[in-house]
Design a protein around this ligand. Structure first.
Ligand SMILES: C[S@@+](CC[C@H](N)C(=O)[O-])C[C@H]1O[C@@H](n2cnc3c(N)ncnc32)[C@H](O)[C@@H]1O
Length: 418
């Protein structure tokens, strides 16, 4: 039997009211015609301060939720969250993103959708209703009208989307889910140096596994999945770091196919970037960049380079800035220090190193904590605080100079050779 703590509940609700009022005042004060910056994390015109306000609002909302739902109800919904995710995966597999009209258009019946997608009508309705609770689809007119439209979010799951989120859905349902299921074993001391990838697939990390023949399509799917995150990742580092001060070569170390670089060269017309990665990925990158507008592609070079080696002499001579997005968080402290040391070996004394990561500051967005669990599962690594990055940098021969907290979930840590 649990008791009802009226004061605690009222406090949570009042906190939520206060942060809602603060957010309303902020939004009211903005010009309705303002463009929302591309890749904004929240959908209103904002500066980084407004993001913190919105994060606080969301934190207060979740506290109000836990203080008002019954504990069993709360835990049930949390525990069964992966069922919604499985429904999303079925939604994608059926190709519903291609079939659903947009809000404001005439709806399409579940029967028609079932006929076109090859789904069982009853099961399709279950999937649609689950997606409707999270507003990804809705029924036109009234609930149970059975005439459906998709929200604009659904566009991201179209196969031809420039941010192909379907690859992320597939990756999460397949590789990541298998690794995540090992979490109860992974958190034990005896597995402190293991990853879920090791326990399930026998490779210590995702990338050594992806580099093997047997992993086949997985590497390309992962790269596409990374690209699909651009909508929430790139805005901050692209807009909120002073790239105008970078006049020499910028090296995107382990840049994948260039998910961050695309936005940098598109936004900053003076930037010249070299994208480095392993052979297979560099080949994928070349294919992708062959399709890019020359105004961007002409300022980008793709070079095969293993970050376990020092930088090639010709690159080190030119490079003013090295940046790494989502690299150090994939690795243990020991390995991350090794990567940093290798970068330091040939870096010019005036070079800068930028670490683009989800740095933990406390009361972080939900995504940051989910990502931390994800990393533990697939890479056996973790997200870090600013102090933890500072310590890694020291050990790797660098000195943390400044951390830019940006409008996105990412921060940019700037370091110089120590
Ligand atoms: C999480 S992805 C991030 C890619 C890119 N920085 C981005 O943010 O889109 C990690 C990247 O590290 C690359 N990588 C892994 N081991 C590497 C190595 N030894 N040398 C160079 N790149 C490596 C992978 O191929 C992959 O592209």
């Amino acid at each position: 039997m649990n008791t009802w703590n009226k004061d605690e509940q009222l406090n949570a609700l009042k906190e939520l009211r206060a942060s809602t009022d603060a957010l309303i005042s902020y939004v009211e004060a903005q010009d309705g015609e303002q463009q929302i910056p591309e890749n904004a994390m929240w959908r209103f015109p904002y500066a980084p301060e407004a993001k913190f306000q919105a994060d606080k609002w969301r934190h207060d909302y979740s506290r109000a939720l836990i203080s008002t739902l019954s504990p069993t109800q709360y835990l049930c919904e949390f525990n069964l969250g992966n069922h919604e995710w499985a429904a999303l995966s079925a939604f994608y597999a059926l190709g519903l993103a291609e079939l659903l009209p947009r809000p404001g258009q005439k709806g399409v019946s579940a029967e028609q959708l079932a006929a076109k997608s090859g789904a069982s009508l009853l099961r399709l309705r279950t999937v649609l209703r689950s997606m409707s609770r999270v507003h990804l689809v809705s029924e036109v007119g009234h609930p149970l009208s059975d005439e459906w439209v998709g929200s604009e979010h659904v566009d991201l799951m179209r196969k031809d989307s420039p941010s192909p989120f379907g690859s992320m859905v597939e990756y999460c349902m397949d590789d990541a889910a298998k690794c995540v299921n090992t979490l109860p074993a992974l958190v034990k001391k005896e597995n402190a140096n293991n990853s879920g990838t090791f326990l399930v697939f026998g490779h210590q990390d995702l990338f050594s596994w992806y580099a093997t023949e047997e992993s086949g399509y997985r590497s390309s799917r992962f790269n596409q999945a990374m690209q699909s995150l651009n909508g929430i990742l790139v805005g901050g580092p692209t807009e909120d770091y002073p790239w105008d001060q970078v006049t020499g070569l910028a090296v995107d170390v382990a840049g994948g196919v260039g998910g961050q670089t695309i936005h940098l060269v598109a936004r900053h017309s003076h930037l010249k970037v070299q994208i480095q990665d392993l052979k297979e990925v560099s080949e994928d990158a070349k294919k992708l960049w062959a399709t890019m507008p020359p105004a961007w592609a002409d300022r980008v070079e793709i070079r095969e380079h293993d970050f376990n080696e020092p930088q090639p002499d010709d690159v080190a001579k030119e490079a003013q800035v090295y940046f790494m997005r989502f690299i150090l968080h994939d690795w243990s402290n020991a390995k991350a220090i090794e990567i940093l040391r290798n970068l330091r070996k040939k870096a010019r004394p005036d070079a800068k190193l930028l670490i683009l990561e989800v740095v933990l500051f406390g009361m972080d967005p939900r995504y940051a904590q989910i990502l931390a669990v994800h990393l533990m599962a697939v890479a056996g690594s973790n997200e870090r605080t600013e102090a933890e990055y500072g310590a890694l940098l020291n050990a790797g021969g660098w000195k943390l100079e400044k951390t830019y907290r940006t409008r996105s979930v990412m921060s940019v840590i700037e370091a110089t050779p120590a």
